[in-house]
Design a protein around this ligand. Structure first.
Ligand code: SF4
Length: 458
């Protein structure tokens, strides 16, 4: 059963599938090696990155994340500055203190290979790790997948998922549902809103007060990320020479906070979304929402609409719970991985979640929330992933700004509509899934097509 805190996880940028996932995989690999009783004999470790993890791995920081995972770093507890130092030290000294194990020689050039020509069959984000003993014998080897949003799975888990796992969003909780239709049926039958259903399912995990504190913690991490992004100037790393734009736009907006309100709505949404995604591109601390690449949309809409006269934590909780319920449907019925679905699975899903969350805050009935989420995805269908230079910068940063504006519009359209709507959320999720399957591999986080090949790097 998925939890709200599987959808919203604190991590570091720039990518949940290419940074957070590989870091978790490397750490998990060593823990499994320790459990198997072989870690102490390790004298060498080898990391092979395949498919999308290799093709956009350098720009997405996959190489660094893998090393950090081997050192024992965890995405939700990592201080980006400390991580950078640890990575640089390991690289300079060519030594690695394996998490829970011995210190060994490690040369990233020789011990890590990015094999973009290997096209994985199970999932496009494949990672093989191998431990060798001092005599060169292979003592432990595993294949894992980073399946989007920081979620990871072993080869075994992905190769033979139980049929139920594919579709069950909540099969163990108090309220069990596997589709938006079933979620709405529960809401009608029990006279509950979507956020109440999701919250009651969380009650099965921990006391209510703890869940509320954790939800507030998610918001505080989002808010801190916005604030850092608004205050940090300069150029983003990676060689594209992209300048951070959020601080100067924010300064302009503060000079005349209420001027030209008609247009300025977009400016505020834009500046908050870009602040988060510029932080993400710089490897800062962000909340996956539901991925890092799309991490700016939900915080932007929350900040603009739920922090009008100070932070309204009650509204923020309603928003996050509703958005998470929608995100769970995408995660279980399709995918939130750009490497599988293109950007529709990242920015499209975040837009859909934000639209539903905002509609709920505005007092929408569950059917209207479902409609808002449906509109939020319908107009992102087919959105490709083609990051220039393999970096999560162009088009990603602006795309979050556009996604935030689109989410607000989706919520408004749903609230103004009559009860009848032709396309259901379940239908649009299935359409996204089929479109993702049909989409050329060039447009699924490989940087082999689209903007990535038409924009010259300089
Ligand atoms: S284009 Fe979209 S899916 Fe691809 S890296 Fe950027 S935000 Fe993520």
């Amino acid at each position: 059963m998925l939890s709200v805190f599987d959808i919203f996880k604190i991590g570091i940028g720039p990518s949940s599938s290419h940074t957070v996932g590989p870091m978790r995989i490397a750490r998990r690999f060593l823990e499994e090696a320790k459990a198997a009783g072989v870690l102490d004999r390790a004298a060498r470790v080898r990391v092979d990155l395949h498919g999308s993890l290799a093709l956009t791995g350098v720009g997405h920081g996959t190489d660094k994340a893998s090393v950090l995972g081997l050192l024992g770093f965890e995405p939700d507890r990592t201080d980006p500055d400390k991580a950078e130092k640890a990575f640089e030290t390991a690289r300079a000294q060519k030594r690695l203190a394996l998490h829970g194990g011995p210190e060994i020689d490690f040369d990233p050039k020789a011990d890590m290979e990015l094999l973009g020509n290997v096209v994985p069959t199970v999932h496009p984000n494949e990672m093989r790790l191998t431990l060798y003993a001092g005599n060169g014998a292979d003592i432990f080897s595993q294949v894992y997948y980073s399946v989007g949003g920081g979620f990871i799975a072993s080869e075994k888990q992905l190769a033979a998922p139980a049929q139920d796992d594919l579709i069950a969003v909540a099969r163990e909780g108090r309220h069990q549902f596997a589709s938006a239709t079933e979620l709405l049926a529960i809401a009608r039958e029990k006279n509950l809103s979507i956020h109440e259903i999701i919250l009651e399912n969380e009650d099965d995990h921990r006391p209510r007060a703890e869940t509320e504190a954790m939800l507030d913690g998610v918001w505080f991490a989002m808010r801190d990320c916005i604030e850092r992004g608004l205050a940090t100037r300069g150029e983003l790393p990676g060689g594209l020479k992209v300048k951070r734009r959020a601080p100067s736009l924010y300064a302009k907006l503060q000079e005349a906070p209420l001027a030209n309100e008609r247009e300025q709505l977009f400016d505020w949404l834009n500046v908050y979304a870009m602040a988060v995604n510029e932080e993400n591109a710089a490897g800062g601390r962000v909340v996956t929402a539901p991925t890092n690449g799309a991490a700016g949309i939900i915080p932007s809409v929350l900040k603009h609409y739920c922090c009008v006269d100070g932070e309204n934590l009650a509204q923020i909780r309603v928003f996050l719970l509703t958005a998470a319920g929608i995100g769970m449907l995408y995660k279980q019925r399709a995918s939130i991985s750009g490497a599988e679905m293109g950007c529709q699975g990242e920015v499209g899903v975040a837009c859909s979640m934000a639209a539903g969350g905002l509609a709920a805050v505005w007092g929408a009935r569950p059917e209207q929330v479902e409609h808002a989420a449906e509109i939020g995805m319908e107009h992102n269908l087919g959105l490709t992933c083609d990051p220039v230079g393999g970096l999560v910068q162009i088009p990603c940063i602006e795309r979050n700004a556009i996604g935030a504006v689109k989410a607000v519009n989706a919520a408004r359209l749903a609230l103004r509509a009559s009860d009848e709507h032709k396309v259901s959320l379940d239908q649009v999720i299935e359409t996204m899934r089929q479109t993702g399957i049909d989409m050329s591999r060039k447009y699924k986080e490989t940087s082999e097509g689209g903007l990535a090949v038409n924009v010259v790097e300089c």
